[in-house]
Design a protein around this ligand. Structure first.
Ligand code: SF4
Length: 446
C-alpha cells in the first residue's frame, strides 16, 4: 500500500488551534481569575516551645522591623510585576511563629498592603494565629476592627502538666483569658489547636481537653498527635530521660480514635486528618491549599512555600538568607519545581487524601481522564486493603486510611518524587550549648 492509500481525500482545512471542541459556555472561563489563598509567615514567638521544629526565633530583641521590611519588599515585588494579577484571593492566613507577638499596627500594615493591591474577595476568610501572653484585649480589638475575621488559637491543652511537658510558656489560666477576649471582642469563628499523645498524658486527661475545647464553643478544632522532632529541646529532654513515661503505641493509636469519636459527639465533623469543624466552618484555606481540586497558594516570608502557575516553590528557611535575597533584589526562592502533568495528577491525590474525600469528577474535569486510567493499580490496592472506599463518585479515606494517611498519600508519588522527603525547611531551635549536649547524648547512645 502506498502512503496516499490510507486517506481517501486530501484534507485541506487550515488547522490553526487545538483543542478544537470549543463551546460558547467555555468563553466564561477565558479571563476568569484563578482561585487563590495567601499565607504570611511571621517567624517570631514569645518563647520557643520545646517541641517546636519550625523556623522561628524569640521575638524579644529580634530585628522584627528589618524582617517586616523584607516581607513588604517581597510582596511589593510580586505585585509590581503583576505576577498575581490574575488571581482572586478567597482567604489569607497570618501564621508562623506567632503573628500576635507583633504590634497590631505592624501586622495590619502587611494586611493592608496585600488587600490594597490584590484582588481579594469581599467575604474572604482572613485568619491570624495567636498565642497566649502575646495577645491582649487591645490587640484583639485592633485585629477585629482591621478585618481579621477568624482566629486560630494555639491553646494545645487545658492541663498545666501537659503544657509543662511540651515546654509551652503559658498556663491554662492564660488560655482562659484569651478565650474570654476572643468572645468579648466578638469573633464567632475561631479555631483551637490541641496536641495529644504527650508523654505522661492519660486518656482521661485527653478526654477532658476535648470536652473543654468543645465547651468554649469554638467552630473549629485542629488536633495534632505529638511528634518528637529531631534537634528540638523536647528530643534533647527525651534523650536525657527527663520526660514522663510515654504511653504504649496501642494507647496512642487509641487516642486517635478517642479524638475523632469525642469531637463527633460534640458536633464537630472530621473533614481533614487533623481538622474538625462545626458544619459550614471548614476553613477556606484548607479547601484551597490541600483539598482536591486544589487551587493556587502564595506564601510570603522565610520558609513559606507556594504553589503558583504549576510551580511548587519554597522560600529560604533561614531568615538571614531570605532577607539577603530580598536586599539583593532577587526572589527569595530557595527551591522550585514545575509540576509536569503526571505530577499535577498525582498532587490531586497526594494532598487530597489529607482531606479525606477525593472527588473523581474534579479529576476528570481538571485532567480530562478518569483517575483509574492513571492510578488504577494504586487505587485498587488501597481499596482492597481497606485504606480507601468509594462513596458515590468520590474516593474516601477509611479510619484505617486516616491512621496511615502519609503512607496512602505517598502511594500516589510519581517519578523522581518517590522516596524523597520534605525536610528542606527544617531549622533547629537549639542553642549552641543545647546542640553540644544533644550530640553528646546521641553519641553516648550509639
Ligand atoms: S510551637 Fe508555635 S508557639 Fe511554640 S515556638 Fe513553635 S511556632 Fe512558636
Amino acid at each position: 500500500m502506498s502512503d496516499s492509500e490510507i486517506f481517501t481525500n486530501k484534507d485541506n482545512e487550515f488547522i490553526a488551534w487545538y483543542p478544537n471542541a470549543l463551546t460558547p459556555e467555555g468563553s466564561a472561563s477565558v479571563w476568569k481569575p484563578r482561585r487563590a489563598a495567601y499565607y504570611v509567615h511571621i517567624p517570631f514567638c514569645t518563647a520557643i516551645c520545646d517541641y517546636c521544629g519550625f523556623s522561628v526565633e524569640k521575638a524579644k530583641g529580634a530585628p522584627t522591623e528589618r524582617y517586616l521590611d523584607s516581607l513588604r519588599r517581597e510582596i511589593e515585588r510580586y505585585i509590581k510585576d503583576g505576577r498575581l494579577a490574575n488571581h482572586r484571593f478567597e482567604c489569607g492566613h497570618f501564621g508562623g511563629g506567632t503573628p500576635s507577638v507583633l504590634e497590631a499596627s505592624q501586622l495590619l500594615s502587611i494586611k493592608k498592603l496585600l488587600h490594597d493591591s490584590l484582588n481579594i474577595a469581599p467575604d474572604a476568610e482572613i485568619t491570624a494565629e495567636v498565642n497566649p501572653i502575646s495577645f491582649t484585649l487591645e490587640k484583639a480589638q485592633a485585629y477585629y476592627d482591621g478585618g481579621i475575621n477568624r482566629i486560630s488559637f494555639g491553646l494545645q491543652s487545658f492541663n498545666d502538666k501537659v503544657l509543662k511537658v511540651l515546654g509551652r510558656p503559658h498556663r491554662v489560666s492564660d488560655s482562659e483569658e484569651i478565650i474570654k477576649i476572643i468572645r468579648q471582642v466578638g469573633w464567632t469563628n475561631y479555631s483551637l489547636d490541641i496536641i495529644y499523645g504527650v508523654p505522661g498524658q492519660t486518656m482521661e486527661e485527653l478526654r477532658e481537653d476535648l470536652k473543654r475545647a468543645a465547651d468554649t464553643g469554638s467552630t473549629h478544632i485542629s488536633c495534632f498527635r505529638l511528634q518528637v522532632v529531631p534537634y528540638t529541646a523536647l528530643k534533647l529532654r527525651e534523650a536525657a530521660g527527663q520526660l514522663p513515661e510515654q504511653s504504649p503505641m496501642e494507647v496512642l493509636n487509641e487516642m486517635d480514635h478517642v479524638v475523632a469519636e469525642a469531637l463527633a459527639g460534640y458536633g464537630y465533623r472530621q473533614y481533614g486528618v487533623f481538622d474538625f469543624a462545626k458544619p459550614g466552618y471548614e476553613t477556606v484555606h484548607n479547601a484551597i491549599a490541600f483539598a482536591a481540586p486544589q487551587a493556587d497558594y502564595i506564601g510570603f516570608g522565610n520558609s513559606a512555600y507556594s504553589f503558583i502557575n504549576q510551580h511548587v516553590f519554597v522560600n529560604y528557611a533561614q531568615k538571614e538568607a531570605y532577607e539577603k535575597a530580598i536586599a539583593e533584589g532577587k526572589d527569595p526562592i530557595a527551591f522550585a519545581k514545575k509540576a509536569n502533568m503526571q505530577e499535577m495528577m498525582s498532587r490531586y491525590f497526594v494532598l487530597g487524601v489529607k482531606f479525606l474525600r477525593v472527588p473523581r469528577s474534579g479529576f476528570i474535569s481538571e485532567f480530562g481522564v478518569e483517575p483509574e486510567k492513571i492510578f488504577g493499580s494504586v487505587l485498587e490496592r488501597l481499596l482492597n486493603s481497606g485504606m480507601l472506599k468509594r462513596d458515590g463518585d468520590d474516593y474516601v479515606l477509611t479510619s484505617k486510611g486516616r491512621y496511615y494517611v502519609n503512607n496512602v498519600s505517598k502511594e500516589f508519588y510519581v517519578g523522581e518524587n518517590v522516596g524523597k522527603r520534605q525536610y528542606l525547611q527544617f531549622v533547629s531551635n537549639l542553642s549552641p550549648k543545647q546542640m553540644q549536649e544533644y550530640h553528646q547524648l546521641h553519641a553516648a547512645r550509639r
